[in-house]
Design a protein. Structure first.
Length: 319
């Protein structure tokens, strides 16, 4: 790929990374809308240990082309930049302006539903059943009660395995599944802690945080490799049905992104502050506080329009 295309993919990766940090928003949705979703899962599916052999057999340049590694490296670079730079900011915004932040993401996903729904070219009974099934499954995920915060090595490995599958599915949030599994705070603390300990030169903390992230990373590699093959097959053989199911996943996820919530229970975060643990969606007039209806509407529209802009960008500048 040319430098211009690499830069374009890196920017799309940054948007995916920003989405994946937030519980309730899927990086897979961004990948789909920016036109790189199928290329991503096919590239991952094509990877194997043969890559290492080809480095020596046919050379670095030919291997990059054969396995589309320039695309993958550019995308992962963008994701890493966003996760490392935005994790603290997004966490702060969610704690300080939750209604407005969720309103923005609600608009993003609402437009995404329309975008992916437009890709369904055969509306039959099976497609409708798939949308309903996806909606129901996704909705029940959003109302499931989160677990505690286990941080044992095997649980972090398992969390990475499950979360990465969700992260590449449009409409299913990997960060939210981490929250349900109880590992979200551990992962987020490890990311921010790694940056802080590196800057402070506290090497014992650096290795501790790296260890946690490495376990999640290994689980993610296993999960994405196994699941990408299934997704590749589905897109090649059952694309219409797959799109209908993904559309349903996104419809169900709107419950998590609804701006107005009633807190049913709370938990203590890593800073010793009491934060929402279990919530349910309510009407704005029942919200305990300023519902900020005008600003919510503005941010929903901004989020909605942003997806339309991304869609046009994807059409004009394919990866």
């Amino acid at each position: 790929m040319s430098f211009k295309k690499n830069l374009s993919v890196t920017l799309k990766g940054m948007m995916m990374g920003a989405a994946d940090v937030v519980p309730g928003v899927s990086g897979g949705t961004i990948a789909f809308i920016t036109g790189i979703y199928e290329e991503l899962i096919k590239t991952i599916d094509n990877l194997s240990f043969a890559v290492l052999k080809d480095f020596f057999r046919i050379g670095w340049t030919a291997t990059l082309v054969k396995y589309n590694l320039a695309f993958l490296i550019s995308l992962l670079l963008g994701i890493a930049i966003s996760v490392l730079s935005l994790s603290k900011l997004i966490t702060h915004l969610l704690e300080t302006y939750p209604v407005l932040v969720w309103a923005f993401f609600f608009g993003l996903v609402l437009a995404s539903i329309l975008y992916i729904g437009k890709q369904i070219d055969r509306w039959n009974a099976l497609a409708i059943v798939a949308i309903i099934a996806g909606s129901v499954i996704s909705y029940f995920i959003t109302i499931a009660e989160p677990l505690g915060a286990p941080d044992s090595w095997w649980y972090l490995l398992f969390s990475g395995f499950i979360a990465i599958i969700a992260m590449i599915l449009p409409g299913v949030s990997g960060a939210f599944l981490l929250l349900l599994l109880g590992s979200y705070q551990t992962v987020l603390n490890s990311i921010t802690g790694l940056i802080e300990s590196l800057l402070a030169g506290e090497w014992s903390r650096v290795f501790s945080n790296l260890g946690n992230l490495a376990l999640v990373g290994v689980g993610a590699i296993l999960g994405i490799k196994l699941f990408s093959r299934a997704l590749t097959w589905l897109f090649e053989n059952k694309k219409n049905l797959t799109l209908a199911l993904l559309t349903g996943f996104m419809i169900g996820s709107l419950n998590k992104l609804w701006p107005w919530k009633e807190v049913l229970s709370t938990r203590m975060n890593s800073k010793g502050l009491e934060v929402p643990f279990l919530e349910k969606s309510i009407l704005p007039q029942n919200f305990a506080g300023d519902p900020q209806i005008l600003w919510v509407c503005v941010l929903v529209v901004i989020g909605f329009l942003l997806i339309l802009i991304l869609e046009q960008w994807a059409v004009k500048k394919p990866a």
